[in-house]
Ligand binder design. Structure first.
Ligand code: AMP
Ligand code: ZN
Length: 508
């Protein structure tokens, strides 16, 4: 039974989806005006890990994630750089897609851009005005928080406390200090769309309500984002969506990831303490960043810094080393006369089964990746011990158990997104510049391609190719040897010849 922590109830609840076997998930996407920092990176990695685990559990996941491509910050950046807001948005959308691809974050199924849904947003705002939930003030339109009795239910605040805590100067045109903009009148030179209230653009909150309702409908399963989005963004999304449809709930489960902090302060652009994902990827394997995210429960804070990165690198190295050692063992020639399966192999088989169960139990408990990694490292330890015992020569029984151990280790790592190959199909999906139509066409074409071509190469096949390459080299057939190496690299598998002999491989 999978239990998830729902911010709405403040408790872990059993995941009961709207439709059996299917999860509709909306994750708030980036405002595209800058390269993403490690805090943003965490949010997208967390929901990638959640999505991968849901898939492992057998759910079909429909993942929608927007691009906020019209916003004050984009307009500001455009003025600074002397280019149009559209150019700023496209440039950083592309950069975001590239960062995600490098982090092996699976692409969402739909990536709506806010600017492509403005007409729909206008219709939602019109309906809210008609129903008395919104009002116009000199070309702006505000949502009236007092018109929605449930306001504050997600963040656990009530309007009176919030009013008392209000320090900023209140816009006299607002009926309540917490009323928020659904529509903003355009200033000269700003991007603008026609509306019943004159030229303007939508507010950030109405974008997410409109796009999530459009693609997932009312009552979808999971809505995600960082904890900073709980208030006001998600509180406002609930108010708008439930007031507009007259139904509830807008969302069944609200999931929020904890912050990445630096010296106990949230990493954020406004504090000027950001570290860009792409700068980290200059120095570290993308999986090291994923490992760093996995080592902490997704709702707890992460204290980011060189030490945390080095720790994650060491942990990742232990996984790599174990996989390489297993690979080498499996490449050894077998002892001709060897004992049959011993008590030791029987024990290990039992341990594998139990490890897989405990991994699943940890992940079923609100995606406890730290505990799940603990199980993976126990498996690593058991496998390393076994290999040490087998140091003399490989036996057939030993090879079987080592092969099973390696398959299990790799499988569990890949559920978390570690060692996951860059799948060509997905690379393509990311490379379409957000063009939904092109993406759909490519997907359809991909679906028609043989299933075989999309399967990641099984371990044994990689090893077979490594062996064939070694034979080609021994016969001084350098052309064949190089061909095998370069073809494998195109498939996302990198070979490394070791000084002490033998070849190991890793995802490129
Ligand atoms: P933004 O582009 O600022 O809306 O942020 C994109 C995503 O990153 C949102 O889900 C935010 O909640 C999340 N986020 C922003 N800063 C941090 C941080 N320091 N730690 C974790 N998540 C963050
Ligand atoms: Zn949002």
């Amino acid at each position: 039974m999978l239990r998830v922590h729902n911010t709405m109830s403040g408790r872990k609840e059993e995941l009961r989806t709207r439709r059996e076997g299917e999860v509709g998930m909306y994750v708030c996407g980036p405002t595209v005006y800058n390269f993403i920092h490690v805090g943003n990176g965490r949010a997208y990695l967390v929901f990638d890990i959640i999505k991968r685990y849901l898939r492992y559990k057998g759910y079909r996941v429909l993942h929608v994630q927007n691009f906020t491509d019209v916003d004050d910050k984009i307009i500001g950046r455009a003025a600074e750089e002397g280019i149009s807001p559209e150019e700023v948005a496209r440039r950083y959308e592309e950069a975001f897609r590239e960062d995600m691809r490098r982090l092996r974050v699976l692409p969402p199924d739909v990536t709506p851009r806010a600017t492509e849904y403005v007409e729909k947003m206008v219709r939602v705002i019109e309906a809210l005005v008609e129903k008395g939930h919104a009002y116009e003030a000199e070309g702006d339109v505000y949502f009236s928080v007092t018109s929605f009795p449930g306001y504050g239910k997600l963040s656990g605040r009530n309007l009176e406390d919030m009013r008392a805590g209000e320090r900023v100067e209140v816009d006299p045109r607002k009926r309540h200090p917490l009323d928020f903009a659904l529509w903003k009148r355009a200033k000269p030179g700003e991007p603008a769309w026609d509306s019943p209230w004159g030229p303007g653009r939508p507010g950030w909150h109405i974008e997410c309500s409109t796009m999530s309702l459009e693609h997932l409908g009312m009552g979808f399963d999971i809505h995600g984002g960082g904890q900073d989005l709980i208030f006001p963004h998600h509180e406002n999304e609930i108010a708008q969506s439930e007031a507009y449809t007259g139904e509830e709930p807008f969302v069944r489960y609200w999931l929020h990831n904890g912050f990445v902090n630096i010296s106990e302060e949230k990493m954020s652009k406004s504090l000027g303490n950001i570290v860009l994902v792409r700068d980290i990827l200059e120095r570290y394997d993308p999986d090291v960043l994923r490992m760093l995210v996995l080592q902490t429960h997704y709702r707890s804070p992460i204290d980011f810094g060189p030490q945390a990165l080095e720790e994650a690198k060491r942990a990742y190295g232990r996984l790599e080393d174990c996989l390489f050692a297993l690979s080498e063992y499996l490449q050894q020639k077998e002892q001709v006369t060897s004992p049959a399966r011993t008590q030791r192999e029987v024990e290990l088989t039992g341990f594998f089964m139990e490890a897989e169960e405990r991994f699943e139990e940890a992940m079923d408990d609100d995606f406890n990746t730290a505990r799940a990694l603990g199980v993976i490292f126990e498996l690593v330890k058991a496998l390393n011990t076994y290999l040490d015992e087998q140091a003399v020569m490989a036996t057939p029984a030993g090879k079987i158990i080592a092969g099973q151990g390696r398959d299990l280790l790799l499988k569990l790592c890949q559920v978390l997104g570690l060692f996951s190959p860059l799948q060509e199909e997905e690379e393509d999906l990311y490379g379409c510049g957000g063009d939904e139509e092109l993406r759909r066409e490519k997907k359809a074409a991909g679906d028609e391609a043989s299933a075989e071509s999309r399967l990641p190469a099984p371990q044994s096949l990689i090893e077979l190719l490594i062996e064939l390459r070694a034979r080609a080299r021994a016969a001084k057939d350098w052309e064949t040897a190089d061909l095998i190496r370069s073809r494998l690299e195109q498939l996302g598998i990198k070979l490394e010849d070791r000084r002490e002999g033998g070849t190991r491989w890793k995802p490129a």
